[in-house]
Design a protein around this ligand. Structure first.
Ligand code: SF4
Length: 702
């Protein structure tokens, strides 16, 4: 049933962090990119364009279920509340956990976080965004004192140099990449540099490609920092007046001459030098980075090595300049705004900062305010595996497929007393471990907000009524909270009330010392929320129409308002190759699929570009192993008992000794391909982000 009284509904794409606006013609049931949305100006990529083909009652979860038997909502939520209470009473609040998702809307995220951190009294709520951008968050916090993306997409149109690092944006963030192509067309003098171990679709438009050896990003950017210093290309005034610890960072970078970088990164010397010269000579530069940087045991150092180069040259807070992490998910950013990570509180505040903690406790009238950080995703599943966590509620994500070390995740869920799964679809490998299944509404049925990679908050709006008995995630959580006795704090009857409370919290006792400030939206009525137009935070008295660029006043959010350089000591990936496991495995997305395919897998047209998972291998490696195109191969990793079997794609786009396979396929879609099962728990010590770009594997023709 659709909302046919309205002609066109403006909403936002639920896939990547570009956050494209979409206009849905309700009667004709068709969609186009919103011409007025500043993220896409009418453009859509193929995934967004085929969204309506993914909407079908077939394969949807329609009714709550308890131990495989259908149940009423009252029975299901009563049981969830009871199990939560019993587990907390018997084992304490840290024996329960929520594992949530960048697919949730900000309002869903807000109430889940409020329930756990303010009322259950545990910070064991983490999100699949941990797998996506937690290293970028930690990098920003170390450098700027807050999780702040400095730039906007409009900076692309104004830059002289655009550096893409560990990002195949042409496939993963297509509309953003189209904007880069357009900027290049409008200004042919603009240079594009791509830093990636693979030759990708993004390389086609580049002026320079650096096919660095996997896991050597910190060496490259230490080399750049050192070069900038040696060539006196430093903005001395900016560094002196607005930053700390530059000397330590320069000292750490000193061993990395261009020659050394060329040798260690295994890239031609001339290319290294050319990149360094271009960065030094440009008056503006943007460094875009995503999973290739973040999904590493050096993820946070990777981010800070890049940020160091921007601080050294003052290429930040100015048009066309800045370090710019691109988020993978539609609402990874909104989630972190309301404290979706186990080490954060709502409104970007810190759990272990006494002042922040007391402020949030007061604002929420919290009954059991958490005092210490919770478990990040990998550690959470480790504790689940050990039996220390007895209750887990998984919302809108499929960790059996997306987390590393599938066998361990399966064992952990099998051994857990209570597993609750809220999801929209039945094709989900995690679902079979659930004792309690809760059908949730999905894109086109939900109302709420998301925040894209450039801090822009946009509305997702409902087009259809919920399918079956599906309910909104925020309603399910509030229902459970009420049944636990917290009716007053969760008495929300409309999603706009949750957004208003979130905005009020960002403004509460905030004298400008906290970056996330939505004070100008704090009194938004339901009517105003309904027509809310895309807007970039902060949205406050000084910037009632939002803020496109941060740090224009060279003031950061650290104690002394100065940005911090971080001295980077490069370290190798955790898994090193050896005789038994001689090849490096890298993973990523293909153009037309999304995550574990629970949505895109339903659209026949989205299978045309890449019909199956394939293993890309360099021709020399293929020749050594006597492999021909399409041969089935078996991939093994030391820790994983099960091989992954898939056909080969012989490609010069790979470096020798390095393989690539897509992340999307799983048991649901084919019997032997779940590539993340070959990865270990290796993760960044600061951010907890798993190293999903570098595993040591062996390969055998089957
Ligand atoms: Fe959706 Fe991203 Fe494509 Fe835009 S670029 S239509 S947000 S998938």
């Amino acid at each position: 049933q659709n909302n046919s009284s309205v002609k066109v509904i403006q909403t936002t794409c639920p896939y990547c962090g570009v956050g494209c606006g979409i206009d849905v013609e309700v009667k004709a049931l068709s969609l186009v990119g919103s011409a007025a949305h500043p993220a896409n100006f009418g453009r859509l990529c193929v995934k967004g364009a085929h969204l309506l083909e993914t909407i079908s009652p077939e394969g949807r979860l329609l009714q709550p279920a308890i131990n495989g038997q259908t149940a009423s909502w009252d029975e299901a939520t009563t049981l969830v509340a009871l199990k939560l209470q019993q587990t907390i009473a018997e084992y304490g609040p840290d024996s329960v956990a929520f594992y949530v998702s960048g697919q949730l809307l900000t309002e869903d995220y807000y109430v889940a976080n409020k329930l756990m951190k303010g009322f259950v009294g545990s910070a064991n709520i983490d999100t699949n965004s941990r797998l996506c951008m937690s290293s970028a968050v930690a990098g920003y916090k170390r450098a700027f004192g807050a999780d702040v993306v400095p730039c906007s997409y409009e900076d692309i149109d104004q830059t002289e140099l655009l550096v893409l690092i560990g990002s195949n944006a042409a496939w993963t963030h297509p509309v953003l990449f189209q904007r880069m192509e357009q900027a290049k067309k409008s200004n042919p003098a603009m240079k594009i540099v791509v830093v990636d171990p693979r030759t990708t679709a993004s390389t086609a438009q580049s002026d320079l490609d650096l096919h660095i050896k996997s896991g050597t990003d910190t060496i490259l950017f230490n080399g750049l920092l050192n070069y900038l210093k040696q060539k006196e290309a430093i903005d001395r005034c900016f560094v002196l007046e607005n930053t700390d610890f530059a000397d330590a960072a320069f000292d750490a970078a000193e061993p990395y001459s261009p020659e050394k970088v060329s040798e260690l990164c295994d890239v031609e010397y001339a290319k290294v030098l050319c990149f360094f010269e271009w960065f030094a000579a440009s008056t503006s530069a943007i460094s875009f980075y995503s999973m290739g940087i973040n999904q590493s045991v050096s993820g946070v150092d990777n981010a800070n090595a890049i940020i160091n180069c921007h601080l050294a040259t003052g290429k930040i807070g100015k048009p066309g300049s800045g370090p710019f992490s691109i988020t993978g998910q539609p609402n990874a950013m909104g989630g972190r705004e309301v404290g979706g990570l186990a080490n954060m509180l709502a409104a970007h505040m810190e759990i272990e900062n006494k002042q922040h903690n007391a402020l949030v406790e007061r604002f929420w009238s919290a009954e059991n305010m958490v005092k210490t950080n919770g478990l990040k995703a990998v550690d959470m599943f480790e504790k689940l595996h050990k039996g220390d966590i007895k209750f887990i509620w998984i919302m809108a994500t499929n960790p059996v497929v997306s987390m590393p070390n599938r066998q361990k995740i399966e064992e952990a869920l099998l051994g857990c007393d209570t597993v609750v799964v809220s999801d929209t679809v039945s094709k989900n490998d995690t679902l079979k471990f659930a004792n309690i299944v809760l059908p949730a509404t999905g894109w086109s049925e939900k109302d709420g907000t998301v925040t894209n990679s450039e801090r822009r908050i946009s509305r997702q709006r409902a087009i259809f009524s919920p399918t079956g008995q599906a309910r909104h995630d925020w309603q399910i959580i509030c229902d459970v909270a009420a049944k636990m006795g917290y009716q007053k704090a969760f008495a929300f009857t409309h999603v706009s009330q949750i957004f208003a409370e979130h905005a009020q919290l960002t403004a509460f006792e905030n004298n400008g010392e906290r970056a996330l400030d939505l004070s100008a939206l704090a009194d938004l009525t339901k009517q105003q929320y309904d027509v809310l137009q895309p807007i970039q935070w902060p949205v406050n008295k000084a910037n009632p129409k939002g803020s496109s660029r941060m740090f224009m006043d060279n003031k950061f959010f650290t104690d002394n308002r100065k940005a911090k350089f971080v001295a980077i000591l490069p370290k190798p990936p955790e898994q090193v190759t050896c005789k038994a496991f001689p090849l490096v495995l890298n993973t990523g997305r293909v153009r037309d699929q999304w995550h574990t395919m629970t949505r895109t897998g339903n659209a026949a047209r989205l299978h045309q570009h890449t019909a199956q998972a394939q293993l890309s291998i360099h021709p020399t490696d293929a020749a050594i192993l006597c492999l021909h195109e399409g041969d089935l191969v078996s991939l093994r990793a030391q820790h994983s008992p099960l091989p992954v079997i898939l056909p080969t794609l012989i490609s010069k786009n790979q470096r020798e000794g390095e393989l690539f396979a897509p992340i999307h396929w799983s048991k649901t879609w084919s019997s032997h391909v779940n590539i993340t099962s070959l990865f270990t728990d290796a993760n960044d010590k600061i951010s907890g982000q798993p190293e999903l770009k570098h595993a040591a594997v062996s390969l055998k023709k089957t």
